[in-house]
Ligand binder design. Structure first.
Ligand SMILES: [Mg+2]
Length: 209
């Protein structure tokens, strides 16, 4: 039976960082964005306000900045190896993230079968961000359900990988979950836990021999 592996991006595939911080680093604005990451983690702002604020910071953002941010980001090792093995086994892998779609979708090139992020206007920005396209923890479950239908599997066939409370609802909806470099609140909700920088080692915890 095929399984669907659902990966969070920020703090999970990216070690100790987020796509917005990596994008902002290219513009010399990482301190402002780290502050926004702290504010959203503490629940002081929600995803729509976060998206509006990073969009305002990125007025001069170009595709070249996004490509440089993607290339320089602190990815876990062996992401592509894990996705290639899943594909060989007939499994599916998808990335579902609250981060901007224009960054998340780049992971299709690494072998993800699907990649969803918060909907942002095209770079360079000439339009505002539409708050209705910004994802949250509940939306991750909705997207997981849509992907299940698309790939012909059910929630019972899903494995989720995540690091923070934005993964809590998804971890509650699927039978197998891997807390990756996670805070203790999420680790308590996961069936497995991994600390380190190698996605293969996290995957091995749930690998079916
Ligand atoms: Mg995360």
């Amino acid at each position: 039976m095929a399984r669907l592996h659902l990966f969070d991006l920020d703090g999970t595939l990216l070690h100790g960082s987020s796509a917005p911080v990596e994008i902002s680093r290219q513009l010399g604005l990482e301190a402002e964005t780290v502050a926004l990451d702290r504010a959203i983690s503490a629940g002081l702002i929600g995803p729509p306000e976060y998206a509006t604020q990073v969009h305002a910071l990125w007025a001069s953002l170009t595709e070249a900045h996004v490509a440089a941010a993607f290339d320089a980001a602190p990815w876990l090792t062996r992401i592509r190896e894990v996705w290639a093995e899943l594909t060989r086994n007939g499994d599916y892998c998808a990335v579902v993230s609250l981060s901007p779609s224009f960054f998340v979708e780049r992971l299709i090139d690494w072998g993800a079968h699907a990649a969803y992020g918060s909907r942002f206007p095209a770079v360079p920005f000439t339009e505002p961000v539409d708050p209705t396209g910004v994802l949250n923890a509940v939306a991750k479950v909705r997207i997981a359900d849509r992907l299940c239908a698309e790939f012909g599997v059910t929630r019972a066939d899903c494995v989720a990988y995540g690091d923070s409370m934005s993964d809590k609802d998804l971890f509650g909806a699927v039978p197998v979950s891997v807390a990756v470099n996670a805070d203790r609140h999420l680790t308590g909700l996961a069936t497995h836990s991994y600390t380190g920088r190698d996605l293969w080692e996290a995957y091995e915890l749930v690998r079916v021999a």
